[in-house]
Design a protein around this ligand. Structure first.
Ligand code: GLN
Length: 269
């Protein structure tokens, strides 16, 4: 199959040519423009199967099993949300605002581990604990920690934030919880291919923030910081939850698309 045939088959994709080129490069191990030879039988079969999966809507990131985030590659399985560029705003905000040398960081609902592991890569000496309720996501976080040489600076385990208590003594807690209202989740295109568990935030989308905020307050060291990713329309409700739990200096920051995306608050010293 040549690229033009593959592109024609990807009628549901908004970026058929790009998808076909990326899948061809993963099928052959070479950049498409450098490929000056016919595909081997094995490569042809692999490319064919990738295109067939993409044609029925599977995201490229799951087919190739990885996605770039903060300039690093993160391995993925379908237990993890695909890392979003919007989420880089959360990580950048923490890197820029951190003043504590070698901070102890907790990443809740870590998925692939992209947030917490990026922080470990960008903040010197940071020690990062990463937790998720899904054992399949925890496997992926462990794999990504090993891939980036972070095994000895990370602690990774299964934890259900809704029902279990949090470990204590952190300088920074970061969390990108499921925050889409349940009814909306039913209609979302991404919910057809990405884990509902990582998207559905309950009736009004705020279930996780309601439960986690007071627990995070108790778990943070005095002067510690809580940082959330939020949905575009949660820039008032989530700060109100932080205020009610005792957090101070609460701020809301926008992503590069101009939507409210990051909420930050401090536990008083
Ligand atoms: N930003 C994601 C989306 O739009 C949702 C992420 C989440 O619920 N944490 O699909």
């Amino acid at each position: 199959m040549v690229i033009s045939d593959a592109t024609r088959r990807l009628t549901n994709s908004e970026t058929p040519l790009l998808d076909a080129r990326v899948l061809l490069s993963y099928a052959t191990g070479e950049r498409p423009e450098a490929l000056r030879r016919p595909l081997t039988g094995e490569e042809e079969r692999r490319f064919e199967s990738y295109i067939a999966r993409r044609a029925v809507g599977e995201p490229v990131a799951y087919i190739v099993g990885e996605k770039e985030f903060m300039g690093y590659t993160f391995r993925l399985n379908n237990h993890c949300l695909i890392p979003r560029p919007d989420t880089e705003t959360v990580v950048e905000h923490i890197i820029e605002s951190n003043k504590i040398p070698s901070p102890a960081i907790l990443d809740l609902c870590c998925g692939s581990g992209c947030i917490g592991l990026s922080l470990a890569l960008f903040i010197n000496g940071a020690r990062v604990t990463l937790c998720d309720v899904d054992a399949g996501a925890i496997d992926m976080t462990r794999e990504n920690a090993a891939l980036h040489g972070l095994a000895d600076r990370t602690d990774i385990f299964r934890l259900d934030v809704l029902t279990e208590s949090l470990p204590e003594g952190f300088d920074i807690i970061v969390c990108n919880p499921p925050y889409i209202p349940s009814e909306l989740t039913d209609t979302l295109e991404v919910a057809k291919t990405e884990p509902r568990l990582a998207l559905d935030g309950g009736g009004d989308g705020l279930d996780f923030y309601r439960v986690i905020t007071p627990k995070a307050y108790a778990s943070l060291a005095p002067g510690g910081t809580l940082v959330y990713e939020i949905g575009w329309d949660q820039g008032e409700a989530v700060p109100a939850l932080l205020k009610a739990a005792g957090f101070v200096n609460i701020t809301v920051k926008k992503d590069y698309g101009g939507n409210d995306r990051v909420v930050r608050g401090e536990k008083p010293c």
